[in-house]
Design a protein around this ligand. Structure first.
Ligand code: HH2
Length: 272
């Protein structure tokens, strides 16, 4: 999943793709680099951010969703607002990525159910404005897992087909460095819920804390975390650096399978 942030203030690429033409070109580049899904967002959820009104979010994302629908890739709309999601689905999006897991806007679950589209439900402790103020858990993995299980049940209760739901532990959303690392180390426990697991580690600050690198220089760190997330059961990898992550995941998947291409049955080979 390639990230297309149409925002002035995203933590790693804010302002770079605010112009719709630049955002569409960026999405096309990510598609060419191997992204299967393009996640278009018009509201930063970085720690401390306040959110934007629906009309401004729509003004940012709609021309980009329309422009990228022509790539033939699955377009995801990263929003918590029913109004924004409705227009994006009308413009060709097929997935609603809601970082509030249907807690932000009462109409969003019903919209996803009515349209029969996919959704991603993510864990977040509190709101972006306050989530990094001393986050605490009894056991971070058990708490996040219980939350996701409950939000999945809520979505199904609202009429969303269970097979349409992906779950995301919300790396960096109300978590310390150690919370993020424990979630990644024990990601198999989240995968045990039986739904595809999405991870969004891309360029996040815990990688900067470990490597000492600025956000734009965290592609290798991002790839390393994603490789281990793959090994622990993740299946969607939300990233800014698609080419690097794609290579890392392709090699990791082939190594885990003990063959390449991964999808074909094992054959005897004399290739050196
Ligand atoms: N992370 C961000 C935004 N949306 N969605 C999911 N499902 N999982 C994530 O981990 C996730 C997400 C934050 O990253 P980014 O979009 O690069 O930054 P910003 O929120 O500042 O725009």
């Amino acid at each position: 999943m390639g990230v297309v942030n149409v925002t002035p203030d995203s933590f790693s690429d804010g302002g770079r793709f605010l112009d719709p033409t630049a955002a569409v070109a960026h999405g096309e580049r990510l598609a060419a680099e191997g992204a299967h899904i393009l996640d278009v967002g018009g509201e930063s959820t970085r720690p401390g951010s306040a959110g934007v009104p629906a009309d401004e979010e729509l003004r940012r994302v709609l021309p980009v969703v329309e422009g990228l629908a022509a790539t033939g890739k699955a377009i995801s709309i990263d929003t918590s607002k029913t109004e924004v999601a409705t227009a994006a689905l009308d413009a060709g999006a097929v997935l609603v990525n809601d970082v509030t897991a249907f807690r932000g806007d009462p109409g969003l679950a019903g919209l996803v159910a009515a349209r029969g589209v996919d959704c991603c439900l993510m864990h977040m402790l509190g709101t972006p404005r306050t989530m990094q103020d001393d986050p605490r858990y009894d056991d971070v993995v058990s708490d996040v897992k219980a939350f996701l299980e409950q939000r999945l049940a809520f979505a199904v209760g609202e009429g969303v087909a269970e097979e349409r739901v992906m779950l995301d532990p919300g790396i960096g959303f109300g978590k310390t460095v150690d919370h993020n690392l424990e979630l990644l180390a024990r990601l198999d426990e989240i995968a045990a819920l039986g739904r595809p697991v999405v991870v969004g580690v891309s360029r996040k600050s815990f990688l900067g804390r470990i490597t000492g690198r600025e956000a734009a220089e965290r592609a290798v760190a991002t790839a390393a975390a994603n490789v281990l997330a793959l090994e622990r059961g993740a299946s969607v990898f939300r990233v800014h650096d698609v080419a690097e992550t794609r290579d890392a995941l392709a090699v990791a998947a082939a190594t885990l399978a003990g063959r390449w291409p991964v999808t074909t049955p094992r054959t005897t080979t004399t290739t050196t």
